[in-house]
Design a protein around this ligand. Structure first.
Ligand SMILES: [Zn+2]
Length: 357
């Protein structure tokens, strides 16, 4: 009998435990104490383990945020003492290593997008498919770094949700748990280029009804400005470097879907959060890619308060580093006759008006 089987067999002797299948059981959760025993314990699918052939037991409660890998904390919380031989195989390092670029000093968390979709998150895929105006695939989830379930992003990467929180600050811990729970159930997210910020769209949260978008920062000690770059392959030596930019994540996704549906290795796509950040973002992308003399395409929000002169003025002092700068607006009206204004929802029409500055 393998070690994980021994542990599951032992856990099944605890009242309330039920076998789900050969590699998974469910138990009574001591944390939320809900009656319907939704604490699942089973073989971890985390590729950090499976790629090395390790059979590690993980646990996660569907009702609350009690989750992690079976070990001392798990047994302590359950209030049981076990012999050494029922500990979880090897001690597992928790925490996500970060990478720091030696030149740009840019810090990045080493996170991976979960490679599965829970049935209860399917409505989020449907929401996105509507916005993308086509059915989303697993490849899209990786390319666009979509976080269907924030809690899964943590557990899949073996990261404690309170990793970067002062655990003695009970109020802060409660608030993070509450938010992650709400985000996981009702929001869909997109992960920033440094893997440290999740930009979340509210789909059906009543409790956070007034918030359409929220940003969740994983490690608050990393202070990179906001930048989202879909994960596409880039040829750093391309003779035709191109940088496409928009303010919002969904706008740059929309622009890529509309105008660059095929895989292109000469184009970097980026969303920058706010239009005042265009210059900073281009500077940063130039540092990351070495793209000098790139053609710039800005898929701009069609607001009354910014005209072409505003963009000309902004780029004045970096003009010599760039090729042509194209500014594109969506001037279409939606079915109710209201201006669409941007590229963020492809179920709306698009009528392009383009300028070169
Ligand atoms: Zn629970």
């Amino acid at each position: 009998m393998e070690q994980y089987q021994k542990i599951l067999q032992f856990l099944l002797t605890i009242p309330g435990s039920v076998k789900v299948n050969d590699t998974q059981i469910r138990m009574h959760c001591p944390v939320c104490n809900k009656k319907d025993n939704k604490l699942y314990v089973g073989l971890s699918h985390n590729p950090a383990f499976t790629s090395k052939g390790l059979k590690i037991l993980g646990y996660g409660c569907k009702q609350c945020l009690f989750s992690g890998n079976v070990g001392k904390k798990f047994y302590d919380t359950l209030g049981i003492k076990v012999d050494k031989d029922l500990m979880n195989f090897q001690s597992i390092k928790t925490g996500v290593p970060k990478t720091i670029n030696k030149i740009s000093k840019y810090e990045t968390l080493n996170l991976r997008i979960p490679d599965f979709v829970r049935p209860e998150d399917k409505f989020k895929l449907d929401y996105l498919s509507k916005r993308f105006n086509r059915k989303l695939t697993m490849k899209d989830i990786f390319t666009y770094k979509i976080v269907l379930n924030l809690h899964d992003l943590y557990t899949f990467n073996n990261l404690d949700i309170l990793q970067f929180t002062d655990k003695s600050d009970k109020k802060a811990c409660m608030s993070i748990k509450y938010l992650i729970d709400e985000f996981s159930k009702h929001f869909v997210g997109i992960l920033s280029v440094d893997n440290n910020k999740v930009n979340l769209r509210n789909i059906n949260s009543e409790r956070l009804k007034s918030k359409r978008y929220m940003v969740h920062v994983i490690n608050k000690n990393i202070g990179n400005p906001y930048l989202y770059i879909p994960s596409t392959k880039i040829d750093l030596l391309t003779p035709t470097p191109t940088i496409c930019l928009a303010e919002g994540n969904y706008d740059i996704i929309g622009a890529k879907e509309l105008y660059y549906p095929e895989d292109r290795t000469d184009v970097v796509f980026a969303a920058i959060g706010t239009r005042t950040a265009y210059k900073r973002a281009i500077n940063q992308i130039m540092k990351m890619t070495g793209f000098i003399n790139a053609t710039i395409h800005i898929f701009a929000d069609n607001d009354k308060d910014t005209d072409l002169r505003w963009y000309e003025e902004m780029f004045k002092d970096m003009r010599h580093l760039l090729d042509t700068i194209h500014i594109h607006y969506n001037i279409a009206n939606d079915s109710n006759g209201n201006p669409c204004k941007d590229f963020g929802n492809l179920s709306n029409p698009v009528e392009l008006q383009s300028y070169i500055i």
